[in-house]
Unconditional design. Sequence first.
Length: 244
Amino acid sequence: MENKRIVVGNLKMNMVADEVSNYLNKVNKNIYSDQVVICPSSIYIPYFLKQRYQVGIQNISSENSGAYTGEISALQAYSLGVNYALIGHSERRLLFSENDLTVNKKVKIAIKNNLYPIICIGETNEDKVMLRTEKVLKKQITYALKDLTIEDMDNIVIAYEPVWAIGTNKIPSNRDIKNTISYIKLLVNNLYHYNRVKVLYGGSVNKNNIEQLVKIDNLDGFLVGGASLKPDEFLKIIEVAVTK
Ligand code: PGA
């Protein structure tokens, strides 16, 4: 992975087929393809691949293959041309009971099948109020990266997404984000003696706060949810994040 800022758009479970076509027509231009990753609903992945986007899958199975109705394996995604996999998004953790062990299994299976895992971590509002953000992040990271090798570190991305900032229009201050990103990088360095891990920020990134957010000098990019659904807004975020 190159040493440039990346912008990941997480479209979540939004849009029907016609809307996806419209979206593609609008977003198609000016996309900095090697620095932008789009994570559509899995059934629409081929649409995006056909237009040469870099694509991430929003979730993968923790199993290799077999009788797992409704699941999609890392190998299946890779065989289609997918490069990235979101793993452990807070919605998966909260709504689908994914725990740190599952996250670790998925991270390992992604790497084994040549997908770059984008490992999502973040504290809840309660964690923040109880001043246990670092403790929570430490646990999430330590589990997620368990049994990985130092070579694997080149292939992972961590997305710091405070749960309380997702879809709420609330974001931490630049100073708080910077301190937390430093903490995450230090932790990975302590665990793996690796100091180049890529860390993104996610949670209510939009066209109004992106200029402010790019000033955080230890950030490697952004994970954008709601704002990535609006082509103009997403293009603006990409432009600022990639060029400034
Ligand atoms: P948001 O979502 O940008 O809508 O807050 C971010 C995410 O869930 O990854």
